[in-house]
Design a protein around this ligand. Structure first.
Ligand SMILES: Cc1cc2nc3c(=O)[nH]c(=O)nc-3n(C[C@H](O)[C@H](O)[C@H](O)COP(=O)(O)OP(=O)(O)OC[C@H]3O[C@@H](n4cnc5c(N)ncnc54)[C@H](O)[C@@H]3O)c2cc1C
Length: 165
């Protein structure tokens, strides 16, 4: 494996470990998953047990606090074996960074634990039909109605995952 000049020895060792896992566990089921359109939830939980999901998550939320480069290194190696499956890493990192930075800890902590351990898959619904770049100018409204929230608006281009535990 050619050393990557942009990462240090620790991240290089991480890349080699993840590549072995990806070759042995992710690559073999790639075509089957592609045909069935189903996520292998057990494989995702196994990645969670190994610390391969949002490694950059702060230790306060049970993460390894390894920084975004580690998440990038893991994502790259999983994508080498199955690009679609590696989207789960991307979404877990993207959403857990937003939740851990802006969410109330007592509200987000249980969800971050589920995302980190591969028990939950989280989608992000930001883009609207009138454009995605202008994310500060969204039209969708969420209004509280008693014990419920009423969501009024449209979203589009969502990476298709269902959020469940
Ligand atoms: C594979 C994939 C997965 C995605 N998954 C998700 C997801 O899970 N959740 C989600 O919310 N969205 C998702 N998206 C949507 C993505 O976030 C949007 O495509 C992105 O934000 C750009 O928005 P747009 O496509 O509407 O393009 P627009 O915002 O309409 O932009 C069109 C073009 O105009 C340019 N442009 C825009 N504004 C300006 C400006 N002010 N000045 C100059 N040029 C400008 C843009 O650079 C672009 O080239 C996904 C997109 C892809 C391709």
């Amino acid at each position: 494996m050619n050393p990557n000049p942009y990462i240090n020895e620790d991240l290089q060792a991480l890349a080699e470990t993840v590549r072995r896992f990806a070759e042995e566990k992710v690559k073999p089921g790639f075509l089957e998953r592609d045909k069935s359109r189903e996520f292998d939830r057990a494989l995702l939980r196994e990645m969670g047990e190994l610390g391969f999901i949002c490694p950059e998550l702060p230790e306060q939320f049970g993460g390894l606090g390894m920084g975004c480069l580690a998440a990038g290194v893991i994502h790259e190696e999983i994508a080498r074996a199955d690009l679609s499956f590696s989207y789960l890493n991307l979404l877990a990192s993207l959403n857990s960074q937003i939740l851990s930075k802006y969410g109330q800890p007592e509200v987000v902590a249980p969800w971050l634990e589920k995302i980190r351990t591969g028990q939950a898959i989280c989608a992000i619904a930001l883009t609207e039909p009138r454009g995605g770049s202008d994310a500060a100018n969204l039209r969708l409204k969420v209004e509280r109605d008693g014990d419920f929230y009423v969501i009024n608006g449209e979203k589009t281009d969502l990476t298709p995952v269902s959020c469940s535990s």
